[in-house]
Write a protein that binds this ligand. Structure first.
Ligand code: AMP
Length: 435
């Protein structure tokens, strides 16, 4: 039961809006750990979450991607673990469990915790577990327990089944990107994990969006939570310029190449609807002298990690990806995001463009709008309160006229929907997101 919720907003007038990390209750060692990572002033979500987490409250935070939410839970969690009593063998039984939707996010969140934990006087073991790679090394690393486990739900359950891990000592549960966890169909796994946790615990739920399924989850899990909503003030709203370019579907790859060459972009993330398109668009660009590579779920875990690392290291100029990269992946200073294919839902649009303009940087998000996808883009605009001019680029003026869809929620050509097939669970969830 959620009980009475305490509400705080991201209002700049709030009392604690100017508090330093130390004033929020973080110990000297964690303040300096934050500083080592370049965090000198708390972001709004950190302003609100840190003291509440330290005081043991449940938290329900609606925070946009790039808001600094990882450190908002990581810093107070690490402090709490530092203060716990150890048993006679120097072990402390309490554990924090952080559930995330994707392998990449597990690796990223785990790394933030490890970086922050480096300077702590007492060793803090952070285990990162996710599927798609061999389970044995993860089992080995869990020997002797862990203070923090960052996990995707499926692999976590596998490890419990193999007796590599017990969840009975979990004192703090964090659900990160809860909306995405449910979107990806993790509801069953999530319920099985929840059934293994002690009922008395602190629970923190972070989500960029709060559709009914996430609200229901929050209501069932959180006890008198502190509600944090980060208002879209200029401070938190990343400076993302959004543009829409009308173009014929068949001209998109050439337009992409043209824009890349004429704008002198260094690094671009391009979103497409399918793995096949990711492969073919990347290949065409590569053949035309642009260092482009695909990124999607069919690549091995090793290949995915490598692509992200190389992209961060500026070895690739363009990464062409499916929605796999639309959430949680933090690539600092990513200046341009292109929607080659439109996302299926308005929420996915928000997540995709959130890959740029992170942590105060400026960004540019361009959507290619074709005759077939015009009606769908209008819907995305409406849901996100946007009204973008359909620009035209000389030499790429569209010749096809926008078509009106027969049915509002019919899968949009070019967004991965398959006509004539029964909608999958994912399709239904996405359709619900469009309403
Ligand atoms: P997150 O929303 O957790 O993915 O964080 C987004 C980005 O903000 C990451 O690159 C963090 O390193 C950065 N960040 C988090 N907290 C702060 C802070 N207090 N000051 C500056 N940058 C931060």
């Amino acid at each position: 039961m959620s009980g009475d919720a305490n509400h705080m907003s991201g209002d700049a007038n709030h009392m604690s809006s100017d508090a330093s990390f130390a004033q929020l209750g973080l110990s000297e060692v964690l303040v300096s750990a934050a500083l080592t990572q370049g965090f000198s002033t708390p972001t709004p979500v950190q302003q609100q979450a840190i003291a509440a987490v330290l005081q043991g409250h449940d938290v329900q935070a609606c925070a946009q991607t790039g808001s600094g939410k990882t450190a908002a839970f990581a810093l107070p969690l690490l402090q709490k673990l530092q203060l716990l009593e150890q048993d006679s063998l120097g072990r402390q039984p309490d554990m924090a469990l952080i559930l995330v939707p994707t392998r990449e996010l597990a690796a990223q969140v785990g790394q933030v915790l490890r970086d922050l934990a480096q300077a702590l006087p007492r060793r803090c073991k952070v285990a990162i577990v996710f599927g798609g790679v061999s389970i044995n090394p993860q089992m080995m690393r869990l020997r002797g327990g862990a203070d923090v486990v960052v996990a995707t739900p499926g692999r976590l359950l596998d490890l419990v089944t193999h007796n590599a891990l017990s969840l009975s000592d979990v004192q703090t549960l964090v659900l990160d990107e809860a909306d995405r966890l449910l979107d990806l169909g993790f509801a069953d796994e999530l319920n099985r994990v929840l059934a293994l946790l002690p009922p008395k615990r602190q629970t923190l739920l972070f989500s960029a969006t709060f559709p009914p399924a996430v609200q229901a989850l929050a209501a069932s899990l959180l006890h008198q939570p502190l509600l944090i909503e980060i208002a879209n003030t200029p401070q938190t709203q990343p400076a993302i310029t959004q543009r829409a370019i009308a173009v014929d579907a068949a001209q998109r790859t050439q337009l992409l190449r043209h824009l890349f060459k004429t704008n002198g972009w260094q690094r671009v993330l391009v979103f497409v609807a399918t793995r096949y398109t990711a492969e073919t668009v990347a290949e065409k660009l590569y053949k035309n002298g642009i260092f482009a590579t695909p990124f999607h779920g069919e690549l091995s875990q090793g290949a995915r990690t490598q692509v992200l690392d190389e992209f961060k290291a500026e070895r690739w100029e363009v990464v062409v990806t499916t929605d796999l990269a639309s959430r949680g992946i933090d690539i600092a200073q990513l200046p341009v995001v292109i929607n080659y294919d439109l996302p299926r839902s308005p929420t996915d649009y928000t997540h995709r463009i959130g890959r740029t303009g992170r942590a105060g940087e400026t960004g540019l998000a361009i959507s290619f709008v074709t005759a077939d996808s015009e009606a769908h883009f209008a819907l995305i605009e409406k849901r996100n309160g946007l009204a973008l001019v359909r620009e035209q680029v000389e030499g790429f003026e569209p010749k096809e006229l926008p078509v009106k869809p027969a049915v509002d929620l019919a899968p949009v050509p070019g967004t991965g929907g398959i006509k004539g097939k029964r909608p999958s669970k994912k399709d239904k969830l996405r359709a619900a997101g469009l309403r």
